[in-house]
Write a protein that binds this ligand. Sequence first.
Ligand code: ADP
Length: 289
Amino acid sequence: MIANPYIVATNLVRIFRSEDVETFALQGLDLTVQHGEMVALIGPSGAGKSTFLNLLSALDRPDAGTLFVGDIDVVAATDRQRAEYRRSHVGFLWQQTTRNIIPGLTARENVALPALLAGVSPLAAYAGADELLDAVEMADHRHRDPLRMSGGQQQRIAIATALGCKPPLLLADEPTGEVDWASAERILALLQKLRRDYALTIVLVTHDSRVADVADRTIAIRDGRTSSERGQDDVETVVVDAAGRLQLPGELRQRIGLTARATVALMDGGIMVRPWSADVSPRTDGENS
Ligand code: ADP
């Protein structure tokens, strides 16, 4: 039980609708993160990790559920409050390092830009950029073009840029996805150091358990929910859409070998879903006899 949590997500649901398909990217996600924690969200591709980060960075809104960061109600906030939250409260480190970097600007100009856009005076913005470049050990490279740097160096510039407005929360989507393990280790050590120096809370997404090991805590996400080891008799909650479609957790489908077709039957006041098999499939009209 966390006494004074910083991030509290309760029953978050996010459904993506296209013409005839609804994808339940989040199906009632609950999680809490403590002030100053470094948490790794881990889970297979498609589990809903990036969807959650997008909600946490107020780039997207959930279909249901609540999300508090400190005393900010991220879901109920107005567009203006959400823009302010994005600008001053969260730093975002994208998976592709180059997405964090504006081409044609030097490292120093890149790092100063968020503060300049936020209305900070050029003198203060460049002083802040110099401090951050120092913190990520890239001070000597401040006048270089980041796009000509190595992957690890680019990532350092990207981290400094994400912290340009000194946000209390840093979100990172696969921050070590594009560099080798030696560079990844250095970046993770740097994130730990920055967390201490800038009193950051860090939420990072990864599918690499070595990255997760560096975090204080790992939260496993599967099928749009936080997952724990499930026993045979554990009950799952799934969302049923207006057309009666429900999305069965991949792990349960795997366990019973459920692929493209299933049989359903009323049983004990519920519905039993079994993998379809020619031997036991319900008879269709005309085959009865
Ligand atoms: P992860 O980050 O864990 O790989 P995502 O959050 O990217 O997972 O995706 C969760 C599910 O939601 C996937 O099935 C994905 O295809 C779907 N999804 C994510 N974003 C969109 C979108 N913008 N439109 C439609 N489906 C989406």
